[in-house]
Design a protein around this ligand. Structure first.
Ligand SMILES: Cc1cc2nc3c(=O)[nH]c(=O)nc-3n(C[C@H](O)[C@H](O)[C@H](O)COP(=O)(O)OP(=O)(O)OC[C@H]3O[C@@H](n4cnc5c(N)ncnc54)[C@H](O)[C@@H]3O)c2cc1C
Length: 211
């Protein structure tokens, strides 16, 4: 990153965060000593790494923990006279997310199991399936949390969103509420990064369905 010609420009995300950058390369010279693998095979190496990135984006563990938390909060937060968890429409959405996640977990295990029999270094196009479903489920969970928090998602308090009680003002609503809307907005990125979901569908059409 200290090589002359590399410029890093910050991009502010929709939730006000600063976690991504735009990187410019102007006549950057890379010494031969820094060559990774064989010359002119860069795209092959990149495709292998992208496959790993897509598998990683599935984030089954993160979604499991988030659904557990949603269940817990929905048992406390009320909608009318009842805890949110009793609401049939909410239960239906929660169950749908849990079923999708279980199916994703099994698919991920199948992809990992096929690793042993696949040609070494060859990407598995099934990682595109993991990326699409994993990102959709992550976004579903952020929507469910918005349902649970209800109108308390509306106040914008960046200090509270970074961690409860960083502000001198008392929190508006439950202390976990402030991060819900920023996370919802931030996680719109999941279906874009690592190759957008539309591009993953193109890969599935070409590499799996042979279209
Ligand atoms: C939060 C975040 C972090 C990121 N981190 C990194 C990083 O660490 N490293 C990195 O290299 N990149 C990173 N990216 C960039 C990311 O990989 C790209 O944004 C993504 O691949 C989409 O490319 P694009 O933005 O150029 O969109 P475009 O390619 O311009 O696409 C725009 C829209 O058109 C659709 N589209 C484009 N082509 C087709 C097609 N052939 N068929 C159907 N639909 C099409 C896309 O799906 C999308 O909806 C990050 C992006 C985000 C949002």
């Amino acid at each position: 990153m200290k090589t002359p010609g590399i410029t890093v420009m910050t991009i502010q995300t929709i939730d006000g965060g600063v976690e991504v950058n735009e990187v410019f390369f102007d006549d950057v010279r890379v010494p031969v000593a820094n060559l990774v693998g064989e010359e002119n095979k860069g795209w092959n190496y990149a495709k292998f790494l992208l496959g790993n990135e897509r598998t990683n984006i599935a984030r089954v563990g993160v979604s499991k923990e988030r659904l557990r938390r949603i269940r817990e909060l929905a048992s406390i937060e009320r909608l009318g006279d009842e805890p949110m968890i009793r609401n049939p429409r909410f239960r239906e959405k929660l169950a749908a997310a849990e079923i999708e996640l279980k199916a994703l977990e099994m698919t991920q295990m199948r992809v990992i199991a096929s690793e042993r029999t696949r040609e070494k270094g060859k990407p598995d196009p099934a990682s595109s399936v993991l990326k699409i479903k994993g990102s959709e489920i992550q976004q579903m969970t952020t929507e469910l949390l918005l349902d649970v928090v209800g109108p308390y998602a509306l106040p914008y308090s960046p200090e509270e969103a970074d961690g409860p009680h960083l502000s001198n003002e008392p929190p508006i609503g439950p202390d976990w509420a402030a991060s819900v809307a920023p996370t919802y907005f931030n996680w719109r990125k999941v279906s874009i990064y690592g190759g957008s979901n539309e591009i993953q569908r193109n890969i599935i059409a070409k590499a799996i369905l042979g279209l």
